[in-house]
Structure formats: C-alpha cells, structure tokens
Design a protein around this ligand. Structure first.
Ligand code: SF4
Length: 394
C-alpha cells in the first residue's frame, strides 16, 4: 500500500513518535527486551531520575507517565480518595492490568506525597520486584545534599546492577553521561528551533518527540530527534498570526494531546513549557571527564531546572520564570496545572504575583490527563490570544 507515510518523511517520523506515545501496553519495551537475552527495563515516575545510572547498569530507563486519555480506569479509582490528581489512578490501573509487567523495577522520585504513597502501594502490589523511593535532595549544599545524593545514586546503581548483572563502574557511568549529553544537545536543538520558528514545530509534534525518549534507548531517541529536526526545518510550513506563550505547571501529570492541539488552534504558539520535564531537567551537558557520581550530583544541585517540587532558596522560581518569559520572547503565560496537584497549585499564586508585577499577561486553568472537553479552554486561550493581539495585554 502506498501511503503518505512512505512519501512524506516528516509525517513518518511524527507517526513513529505518536505510535510510541500511544503505547500504553509498553509493547516497544517488550520488543526491546525480546531483541536480547536477559535485557531488563526499569520504570520511573515523573519528574526526574538520573537515567544515566540505569543506562550504565545496562537497563532501559522507561518513563511511566500515566495512561493519559487512552485508558479506562476500572480498578485504579478504588485505591484512592476522590480529591487527588488523576495520574496515580491510571498508573495503578496500568500496574494491576499487567501493562507494566515488562518492567523489572520501579523508581519513585520524591516529588509529592501522592508519589510517595504510590511507591508504598507498589511495594505491596509488586513486592517481588525492585521498588525504590528515590529521595532527591532538598538541600543544595554539595557537602550536605550532595553527599546524600551521591550515596543515593550508588544505592540505586548497586540495586539495578544486581538485577542486570552489570556493575556500574566509573567508566560505564561516564559513557552513559556522554550518551545522554548527546541526547540533551538534540533536545536543545529542538527547543531552539521552536523558539525561533514555532510554526515549524507544532506543539503536538514537539510533545510526542519528547515522549518518545521515555521509551526508546537514548541513542535511538537522538537519531529520531535528528531526523525530525532535518525534516521540520526543510518543511514549507508558514507562520500564522499566533501569539507566543510559555506554559508552566504541567511537569507531572501530562495534558492530553488534544488539549495541546486546542491551545495551538486557539492562536497560541507554545515556545516554552515544562512538559516531560525529566527529559531535560538538566538542560546542559554534564561533565564527562571527572568523578561521574560527583558530576551527576553537581548537575542536579546546581544546574537542574526550577520546578514546584524542588525548593531551592538560592534560585527563586518566580524570578526565573519572569526571566525565561523575556528570554524566549513570550507574549504571555498559560499557568495550566493538573486538578488537585498540590505542588503546581501551591506555586501558582507566587508565579502569578511575579508575572503581575512584571506586567506579563497570564491566564490559568486546570486539566486532567483524561480531560475530554476542550471548548471552555479553547475559548479561554482564544480570548487570551485575541486580547494580546489587539491590545498587547490580556
Ligand atoms: S500531578 Fe501533582 S499531585 Fe499528582 S502526582 Fe504529580 S506532582 Fe503529585
């Protein structure tokens, strides 16, 4: 059959990434494991885990981002009270329905109480597998938080090394840092292209390209990004009369793809965001030459992005947001947060206050990963875009 996919390489690369985005059965992970004897995969929850350590132990790091709007929750609801976000329900649904069976272990980074409780549930549900609550430092002094984190990194490396049979030594870890540095560089290219020519990188395409990195081995993801960049740059897409917006608050439970499409169709080019934040939580290259444990620790302490689940007194998240708006030349900000997400919603008044003070237009709304009705958001985002176009302010 001759299809557009065979004739249009850009469509083909986006279709490949979309297929991965829709892979809630983790079939791609099963296929990867089947291609080599004894292969292991380790799942991780949002936002950030040091994937280099998993990779250095020879395992595939796999991001668990919930079921989005593709999964009917049958049993997940019975594990939780009503008034919490949606992500843990769909993660439990994936676990009890066998969708996560391809994973040989699970890391739960310390981002909020919901994730902490979820790790406890996994210890009961998946006790025969490796389940670890990864305590990320909240103290940014290298002698305190740094020492603690290096110890935590080695604990994780030892545990995963026992699963794979491959001990993580300094050289292996340096090589993995190098592999992810190449991937980071490709992601930076994607971000830069979108800032400069957002009409070449529609938000839904950008999003599935990032998400692909949560299932593919890093070098395959890097190749996919390079392919996408090449075809996106040479496409004949033309700019629309859209405003430029920056999105904050979507760092954990992810918005459905249709919501991202709605925002763009309402007249907004998203030029910066915190979607799939773990894929670029440390945006720049990590040192590949010295002590790799120290390098990973320093990168987290000194060079990771601001987010609501990290309290870094020395780097005020509100000031950094205002600076970022200016750096990416955004006309306004969408504060969009998952319903009942305490970290995102508790941060919002501080961010809104800083935007107000800096005279930067913003609007806010809530979503959940399975939101199906977008009319209200379309009208809100459309009005926001129109107001900025007409008067320069929302
Ligand atoms: S969406 Fe918010 S509250 Fe829910 S697990 Fe993520 S950070 Fe926690």
């Amino acid at each position: 059959m001759t299809t557009d996919l065979q004739t249009d390489p850009l469509t083909a690369v986006v279709a490949r990434a979309t297929e991965l985005y829709e892979d809630v059965e983790l079939q791609s992970v099963r296929d990867w494991k089947a291609r080599g004897e004894g292969r292991k995969a380790i799942g991780f929850l949002p936002i950030y885990v040091p994937r280099e350590v998993i990779h250095a132990a020879g395992a595939l790091p796999v991001g668990i981002m919930g079921g989005g709007d593709q999964l009917e929750i049958v049993r997940g609801d019975s594990y939780f009270q009503s008034y919490i976000c949606h992500l843990p329900r769909s993660v439990i649904e994936m676990a009890v329905s066998g969708r996560l069976d391809a994973l040989d272990g699970f890391l739960f980074p310390s981002i909020c109480d919901v994730i902490r409780n979820l790790s406890g549930m996994f210890q009961m549900l998946k006790g025969q597998k490796y389940v670890h609550y990864l305590d990320l430092p909240q103290n940014f002094d290298p002698e305190l938080g740094g020492r603690f984190y290096r110890h935590e990194l080695r604990t994780v490396a030892d545990a995963i090394g026992r699963i794979t049979g491959t001990a993580v030594n300094d050289e292996r870890l340096r090589r993995s840092i190098r592999t992810y540095n190449v991937n980071r560089a490709a992601i930076r290219e994607l971000l830069a292209l979108r800032i400069e020519q957002p009409w070449l990188v529609p938000t839904t395409e950008y999003y599935v390209m990032l998400r692909a990195g949560y299932l593919l081995p890093p070098d395959e993801h890097t190749s996919l990004l390079h392919e996408y960049l090449e075809h996106a740059r040479s496409s004949n897409r033309r700019p629309l009369d859209n405003i430029r917006v920056l999105v904050r608050g979507a760092f954990c439970e992810q918005p459905p793809l249709a919501l991202l499409r709605t925002i763009e169709r309402a007249g907004c080019y998203v030029v910066d965001d915190d979607f799939v934040l773990g894929s670029r939580f440390i945006p720049d290259a990590i040192d590949e030459t010295g002590d790799p444990w120290e390098a990973l620790s320093q990168a987290f302490l000194k060079h990771s992005l601001p987010t609501a689940s990290k309290y870094d007194e020395a780097n005020n998240a509100a000031d950094l947001l205002v600076q970022r708006v200016r750096d990416v030349r955004a006309d306004g900000v969408l504060l969009m947060a998952p319903s009942f997400c305490d970290p995102a919603l508790l941060d919002q008044p501080m961010l809104a206050g800083a935007l107000d003070k800096a005279d930067i237009p913003f609007t806010s709304f809530k979503y959940s990963e399975d939101t199906g009705q977008f009319q209200v958001i379309r009208e809100q985002a459309g009005t926001f875009a129109d107001a900025i176009k007409l008067w320069g302010k929302a």
